[in-house]
Ligand binder design. Structure first.
Ligand SMILES: O=C(O)CCC(=O)C(=O)O
Ligand SMILES: [Fe+2]
Length: 210
C-alpha cells in the first residue's frame, strides 16, 4: 500500500471506530532508520518518563518505567519520521476535519520488566492531545516477550485490542477516549509514541507552536 492508501485507511478506521491498527504501515526504510537510530542513541539521551508535571517520582515509578528521548528534525531519521507524521496529519485533517495542528513524539525504550499501567493520554476539556500515534521498532517479537499494548473501551475492563509491538505496526487512537496499557516486556522494547494536538492558543496563553 502507498502512504496515501495507508493514510486513507487510518482516517476511515478512526472515523468509524476511533482507532486504527495497521501492520507494516511504516515504510520499511523509514522504520529501519528509526530502529537503527533508537538503538544507537547514547543512554544519556534517554530520561525516565513522567506522568504529568507535578507527579512525584515514586508515583511515576509505579505507573510507568520506560525511558524516553524526544524526536526532532536534527537527524535524518527524525526528520523523515516527522515528515511522514505530517503527511498523516494533513490526510486526517482533509478527511476528518480534526484540526490537528502540532505533533510531538518521542522514542521509548522499555527494558525487561518495564511497563506502563492503564492510563489516558489526554483529559477531556483540556483540549491538548487529540490523537495518539504509536509505532514499533522491534523486528521479530515473539509472543513470550510480552510487552503488548492493550486498548480498552472508554468504560469497561475487557480490552478491545491486544497489539504486539512488532516492527512497522502503527496504532492510532483518540487520546481522550481509550484507556490503554503496556504489559511488562520481557526483552528490550523500542517504540515511538506521538501526539497530535489542536491549536490551544486563546484563553490568554500563547501556544508555543503557533
Ligand atoms: O508503547 C505503547 O504501546 C504505548 C505507549 C503509551 O501508551 C504512551 O507512551 O503513552
Ligand atoms: Fe499512552
Amino acid at each position: 500500500m502507498s502512504d496515501s492508501e495507508i493514510f486513507d485507511r487510518i482516517a476511515e478506521e478512526v472515523y468509524r471506530q476511533g482507532y486504527s491498527v495497521l501492520s507494516n504501515a511504516l515504510p520499511v526504510e523509514l522504520c529501519t532508520a528509526l530502529a537503527d537510530e533508537v538503538k544507537s542513541l547514547p543512554v544519556e539521551r534517554f530520561s525516565r518518563a513522567g506522568i504529568g508535571r507535578q507527579d512525584a517520582h515514586i508515583k511515576t515509578e509505579a505507573i510507568r518505567r520506560d525511558e524516553i528521548c524526544w524526536i526532532d528534525n536534527s537527524t535524518t531519521a527524525g526528520h523523515a519520521w516527522l515528515e511522514w507524521a505530517d503527511g498523516l496529519k494533513r490526510a486526517l485533517n482533509r478527511r476528518l476535519f480534526l484540526g490537528l495542528f502540532s505533533f510531538e513524539s518521542h522514542y521509548a525504550h522499555y527494558q525487561p520488566g518495564d511497563f506502563y499501567k492503564v492510563h489516558l493520554d489526554a483529559f477531556r476539556g483540556q483540549q491538548n492531545r487529540v490523537l495518539t500515534v504509536v509505532t514499533y521498532l522491534n523486528s521479530d517479537w515473539p509472543a513470550e516477550d510480552g510487552g503488548e499494548l492493550l486498548i480498552y473501551p472508554e468504560e469497561g475492563k475487557i480490552p478491545l485490542l491486544k497489539v504486539t509491538p512488532e516492527f512497522g505496526t502503527l496504532v492510532v487512537f483518540l487520546s481522550e477516549e481509550f484507556p490503554h496499557e503496556v504489559l511488562p516486556a520481557n526483552a528490550d522494547r523500542y517504540s515511538i509514541a506521538g501526539w497530535y494536538r489542536i491549536n490551544s492558543s486563546g484563553n490568554g496563553k500563547v501556544d508555543p507552536d503557533a
